[in-house]
Design a binder for this molecule. Structure first.
Ligand code: SF4
Ligand code: FES
Length: 202
C-alpha cells in the first residue's frame, strides 16, 4: 500500500494509506485514550473516547480516530482544549453507567470529569462491545451479542451457546473495562440458575 503524508500534533509523518489515525498515533508514540479498541479486533467506534480534531481543506471537525482512515494532507490534533472537553463529557456520560469502573475512575482524574453530572443509571456495561467482538472474531463462538438498539441496547449471552462454551472459556471477562469481577459474578450466578437470558445489562 502507498504512503500518505499527514501532520499529527505538529509533526509531519508518513502513514500507510488505509490505516487509521489511531494506528498512526500509536506508531508515533502519541497517546490517545481508548475504551473499545483492541489491536486484534475490528474497530467498533463505540466509546468515542478516541475523538480527535482534524483539519481538511481548512475545515475543522471532530472524528473518532479508531475508525478514521488517514488521507494525504490530513492535519490531526489529539489534545486541543475542545478535544479535551469532548472527552471529559464522554467520561461523565460513561461514569453515569458504570461509576465504579476502575478504568473510568482513572479517566475521571485525567480529564477532571465530574461524577454525577449526568443522571446515574448504573447498568455497569458501557457497551464497548469488546466481549461481543472477542467472542465472535477470536473465539468464533458467538455466545454474546447485542440486543435491541438505542437506549435499550444491551449485551446478552445466547443461552444455547453460552451454556456449552462459556464455563470453560471466560476469556472475555478480563477484557471488560467496567468490572471483571462483576461480569464473573453475574455469569457464575446465571450459570447456577435457570435463566441465562439476562446478563450484563447495558
Ligand atoms: S459487558 Fe463489558 S466488555 Fe461487554 S460490552 Fe459491556 S462493558 Fe464492554
Ligand atoms: S476507541 Fe475509538 S471509539 Fe472507542
Amino acid at each position: 500500500m502507498s504512503d500518505v503524508k499527514i501532520v499529527i500534533d505538529g509533526r509531519e509523518v508518513k502513514a500507510e494509506k488505509g490505516t487509521t489515525i489511531l494506528d498512526v498515533a500509536f506508531k508515533e508514540g502519541i497517546e490517545i485514550p481508548t475504551l473499545c479498541y483492541r489491536k486484534d479486533l475490528e474497530p467498533y467506534g463505540g466509546c468515542r473516547l478516541c475523538t480527535v480534531e482534524i483539519e481538511t481543506k481548512g475545515r475543522i471537525t471532530y472524528v473518532v480516530s479508531c475508525l478514521y482512515p488517514v488521507e494525504e494532507g490530513l492535519i490531526v490534533r489529539t489534545r486541543t482544549p475542545q478535544v479535551e472537553k469532548i472527552r471529559k463529557i464522554i467520561v461523565e456520560l460513561l461514569l453515569a453507567r458504570a461509576p465504579e469502573a476502575p478504568e473510568l475512575k482513572k479517566l475521571k482524574e485525567e480529564y477532571q470529569a465530574e461524577d454525577g453530572k449526568f443522571p446515574k443509571e448504573p447498568v455497569f456495561c458501557i457497551l464497548c462491545g469488546l466481549c461481543v467482538r472477542y467472542c465472535a472474531e477470536i473465539k468464533k463462538k458467538y455466545a454474546i451479542t447485542f440486543m435491541e438498539s438505542g437506549l435499550k441496547r444491551e449485551v446478552r449471552f445466547i443461552p444455547e451457546v453460552a451454556s456449552k462454551e462459556c464455563a470453560r472459556c471466560k476469556e472475555c471477562f478480563p477484557l471488560c473495562p467496567t468490572s471483571y469481577l462483576q461480569a464473573l459474578y453475574l455469569l457464575t450466578s446465571i450459570f447456577s440458575s435457570e435463566s441465562l437470558t439476562q446478563v450484563v445489562k447495558g
